[in-house]
Design a protein. Sequence first.
Length: 290
Amino acid sequence: MYSAVEEAADLLDIACSREQMWPTLTAFEDVLTDGAIVFNMVTSGGRIGDLSFDFTLPPSSGDPYQLALSHGLVDETEHPIRALFSDIQARFPLQAYGVDHGITSGFHKTYAFFPLGDLQSVAELADIPSMPSGLSEHVTSFAAYGLDDKISAIAIDYARRTWNVYFNGLSAEHVQRTAVLSMLSEFGLPEPSAQLLEFIETSSALYPTFGWDSSKIERISFSTRTTDPVALPARIEPKLEKFARSAPHAYEGERVLVYAGALSPSEEYYKLATYYQMTAAAHDRVRSAN
C-alpha cells in the first residue's frame, strides 16, 4: 500500500515520507484490504495542493477519529466538533465510515456514509444536538431545490473545524443552469465561470462546506464519476489529466475517476479522485454523470 502512495505522490512531485504514512497504514491495516481506497488531488491555476489518501472502513471498526487517537495520529480536542460523529452514529443507519488523510498533512476528516437506499433528510440531521446551526438555517432552501431527502454522507474536518453535507443522486433538473444560478445566488456565492457552469450541468452530486461558528456556506462543490481522463476539468487543468491517466489502481479495466469543481466567494478550482481500490458499494455510490 505504501508503494502505491509513493507512486501517486511522485506523479505530482509531492514529497512522500514513510515516517508520515507508515503509522496510519499500520493503524488501519486490518481494514485497508476490504474497503475502497482513493487518491484525491486539488489543483487551481496549475498549482497542486496536498494529495490525500482516503479509505472506507466498516462501522464495526468504530469511530475513525477515536482509532486515530489511540494510535497517536491525532490529539484529543475539547472542541464541540468532537461530539458530532458519535451523535450521527447513535441516530442514523450507517453503511460505512471513511478517513481523509493528507500525504503531507496527516489525518483530516472522518466520513459517515448512509446507505444509498436510505438517504437522510436535512431536517432530521439538523435536529442532531451537536449539529451546528448552518444546516437548520438552510432547511427551507435545500428543500426548495429538491435536496431535502438526498443526503448520502457527512464529512467532519477536525483540523479545519469545517463539515460537509453530501447530496447524492441529482437529476438533470437539479443541475440545470437556471436552478444552479438561483441556488448559488441564494447561498451568497458568485456566478461561476462558463467552464465551471458547463461542468456543473454534468454533475450528479453536490456538497456544501460549512464552518463551525457560522451558518454561511463557505464553498460548494459539484462532482461526477467518469472513466474519461480528458473530461472537462482535465482540459482546464492539464495536471489533472496526467494524474487521471497514470494514478495507480489495483483492479481490472479503466480507472474510475471522480472529478469535482468547487466554488467559493474568492475562487473556483477543480479536484480529482482516482480509485486505487474499488468495492461494489463504492461503485454504486459514485454515480455516473447525467
